[in-house]
Design a binder for this molecule. Structure first.
Ligand SMILES: Cc1cc2nc3c(=O)[nH]c(=O)nc-3n(C[C@H](O)[C@H](O)[C@H](O)COP(=O)(O)OP(=O)(O)OC[C@H]3O[C@@H](n4cnc5c(N)ncnc54)[C@H](O)[C@@H]3O)c2cc1C
Length: 379
């Protein structure tokens, strides 16, 4: 792992910094989820027009062929500029990379460009009411029909399903095969009567995710990623991209939040409180460990093209640090933290989900123990 920037990497960083200074879209509108989403969609179009969406994707697929170091530099500049997240996060972080890694030529041709431009939003239909951590126990079933498959079942916690055109959907195509072998990875067109999306409201008041009910929803054969019955390995790739993506974006977001917390401490004049000092020191150490870990994950990804199990560590650290940071902020705010428009309170409430979404912390700990540290399997 070499952390020194080359001349061209430093030039890239300066170019990104300059671009953000000139193209920042202004403050994200809050209060109306639809308005906020459209704002982020338009911001993603600006990013794409500027050649900054899907940076690390190969140039032939509309990306910039940037190295993952450049991607990290870009993320850092995005954080420093306090720029909003693009709308199609799941498409950029997971959908596109999975199509590039496992899709056929026709799929690459069809799906990648509208992901980059945010014309087609993607969602991830993995979790079910009875299958979350133990994903391979999923029951949604696909039955062969003329030219494709008819899919029936229920998905849950599906982020952005209400905005999505495409869903990365796991369904069981062979009821008799061992549980990891009977699963197929479909790209489901959400735009059909057989797909019903119902919003779920979170503790923050937002309805960011949904339930999906499928009643013989049709997926043509050409929308299978990989082979029939071989969807599990494509699913694992998706989860690794998800965890690495969350980890990489998180380093930037947490660094920014730490600076804001320092300002809050100064405003409230609690900087001499020994417990505040101790907690801030621990957070700083955690942030630095996470930043270096993210660089290590990147180095590994550059060698293989797909993040390895160590990406789980960054996602786990992010959840812990974000929850500790927002806990401290709301404690410092005291009764002011009860105000409905307090940003720290929103973050405190939203952070509860961090240790569940993208794999629970307990499950990630198992992955790190077994697949990174090589400890004996739990069962
Ligand atoms: C904000 C948010 C967004 C989400 N977005 C999506 C999405 O877009 N698409 C999607 O498919 N899913 C999404 N999810 C679902 C998420 O992936 C699941 O909630 C998660 O995988 C856990 O599954 P579960 O909720 O069924 O809990 P369970 O798996 O039932 O777990 C319950 C508890 O048991 C523990 N546990 C389970 N197994 C083990 C084990 N082997 N060892 C130790 N402890 C264990 C867990 O850690 C947890 O504490 C989202 C969730 C949230 C909170």
């Amino acid at each position: 792992m070499d952390l020194t920037l080359t001349e061209s990497e430093a030039a890239f960083r300066d170019e990104a910094r300059d671009w953000f200074a000139k193209n920042h879209p202004g403050e994200t509108p809050r209060g109306d989820e639809k308005v906020e989403f459209e704002f982020r969609r338009s911001w993603q179009k600006t990013l794409h027009d500027g050649g900054w969406a899907g940076l690390s994707w190969p140039a032939e697929f509309g990306g910039r062929g940037a190295s993952l170091i450049e991607q990290t530099l870009f993320n850092e500049e995005m954080g420093a500029a306090d720029a909003p997240l693009p709308a199609n996060v799941l498409g950029l972080v997971m959908g596109g990379p999975v199509v590039i890694a496992h899709g056929d030529e026709a799929q690459k041709e069809r799906y990648l460009e509208p992901i980059l431009s945010a014309e087609e939003i993607w969602c991830q239909g993995f979790s079910e009411p009875e299958s979350g951590s133990d994903l391979a126990s999923l029951k949604t079933r696909a039955v062969k029909s003329d030219g494709g498959w008819k899919i029936t079942g229920q998905k849950v916690w599906t982020t952005y399903a209400h905005e999505a055109k495409w869903c990365m959907l796991l369904a069981r195509t062979d009821q008799d095969a061992p549980k990891h072998q009977g699963i197929t990875y479909f790209l489901l067109d959400m735009d059909q009567a057989e797909v019903e999306v119902r919003p779920l409201r979170q503790i923050t008041g937002e309805a960011e995710f949904n339930e999906i009910f499928l009643e013989e929803a049709f997926v043509p054969d050409e929308n299978i990623v990989g082979e029939v019955g071989a969807g599990w390995s494509v699913a694992i790739t998706t989860l690794m991209f998800e965890r690495a993506g969350l980890g990489a974006l998180a380093v930037v977001g947490l660094g920014r939040a730490y600076e804001e917390l320092l300002k809050l401490i100064a405003e409230r004049d609690v900087g001499s409180d020994p417990s505040v000092r101790e907690r801030m020191a621990k957070l700083k150490i955690g942030l630095e460990a996470m930043r270096l870990g993210a660089m290590r994950t990147l180095t590994a990804t550059m060698k293989t093209g797909i993040p390895g199990p160590e990406a789980s560590l960054g996602k786990w650290e992010w959840a812990v640090l974000n929850q500790e940071m927002t806990d401290l902020a709301t404690e410092i705010l005291g009764v002011d933290g009860l105000k409905s428009d307090e940003e720290w309170t929103y973050r405190f409430l939203r952070s509860r989900a961090n240790s569940i979404e993208g794999g629970t912390t307990e499950v990630l700990k198992n992955i790190v123990a077994e697949r990174v540290l090589g400890l004996p399997r739990l069962r």
